[in-house]
Design a protein around this ligand. Structure first.
Ligand SMILES: Nc1ncnc2c1ncn2[C@@H]1O[C@H](COP(=O)(O)OP(=O)(O)OP(=O)(O)O)[C@@H](O)[C@H]1O
Ligand SMILES: [Mg+2]
Length: 260
């Protein structure tokens, strides 16, 4: 029997003015798997993550994480459920160091605010030390430990993506939502990323991966969900998806990049 889903999305809907970005989307994500969302540009993939993380409220539909209804919760409450994300367009504090950026991903900082932590000395100092150590371990994991003290905006784009990945890890997520983490990485870095993500799963983290890099998706995903114009048009194993005529048609019609 299949385990209960970690994430249950049903009939999710979001419109921006006249554009329906997500249209009655339903799918589940199961514990410890890598579930990838693919689809042409503008298909609604990022919007889906924004709906799950509370950036926008949906117009309709439901999102359950381990049985908890997430719809209507503010983003910081959703983070406290141990759901972390990275962004398609890297978001970081450019004038801060790499490690300081990673530290901002701490669940404690996100939910209580930096000021609370700073004001409650000396307990806070110890706590900051713990967060710093955890952040260093996350940087080691993604291969950025030697850059820890460097200004974040001096990193090349591909490495900024890895910084975001490290930041998402310090909140000790159970569910990781990744929006095009391989963008800006070369082939060797992409392969290393794939291994890294597989490793996270073997430690019990569940991953919802948005990615245009099809070789990566097809290699590491347990299941793939295909979005087209906001609708789920197919769902299955990588092999099933590759052979699905509706998917092939959507991709040919959707002007997917030649490198995909
Ligand atoms: N905040 C917003 N305001 C208005 N329209 C938006 C907003 N966010 C997304 N959209 C629109 O919703 C649709 C889906 O966008 P979304 O960014 O979710 O696509 P995507 O699948 O992530 O695309 P890409 O592969 O290019 O990142 C697009 O038509 C987009 O222009
Ligand atoms: Mg997107």
């Amino acid at each position: 029997m299949k385990a209960s889903p970690v994430l249950e999305i049903s009939n999710l809907e979001k419109a921006f003015g006249g554009v329906t970005a997500v249209k009655s989307a339903s799918f589940n994500v199961y514990p410890g798997e890598i579930c990838s969302i693919v689809g042409p540009n503008g298909a609604g993939k990022t919007t889906l993550i924004n709906l799950i993380t509370g950036v926008y409220p949906p117009n309709a539909g439901r999102v359950f994480f381990k049985g908890h209804d997430l719809v209507g919760l503010p983003p910081h409450r959703i983070v406290s459920h141990r759901i972390a994300r990275t962004f398609q367009n890297v978001r970081m504090f450019g004038n801060m160091s790499v490690i300081e950026n990673v530290m901002t991903g701490s669940h404690r900082l996100v939910t209580h605010g930096l000021l609370d932590v700073v004001l409650s000395l000396p307990k806070a100092r110890k706590e900051e030390q713990t967060i710093r150590e955890k952040s260093m371990r996350a940087l080691e994991l993604v291969g950025l430990a030697d850059r820890a003290k460097q200004r974040a905006d001096l990193l090349p784009l591909g490495l900024q993506k890895l910084l975001e990945l490290a930041r998402s890890l310090v909140s000790e997520p159970e569910l990781l939502l990744l929006d095009e983490p391989a963008a800006g990485l070369n082939d060797a870095e992409t392969e290393a990323l794939g291994q890294l993500l597989k490793g996270f799963c073997s430690q019990g983290i569940t991953i919802l991966l948005i990615e245009h890099n099809m070789p990566l998706v097809m290699t590491i995903s347990d299941r793939v969900v295909v979005l087209n114009y906001g609708e789920v048009i197919a769902e299955g194993t990588p092999l099933e998806i590759r052979a699905n005529p509706a998917v092939v048609a959507a991709y040919l019609g959707g002007g997917v990049r030649a490198s995909d």
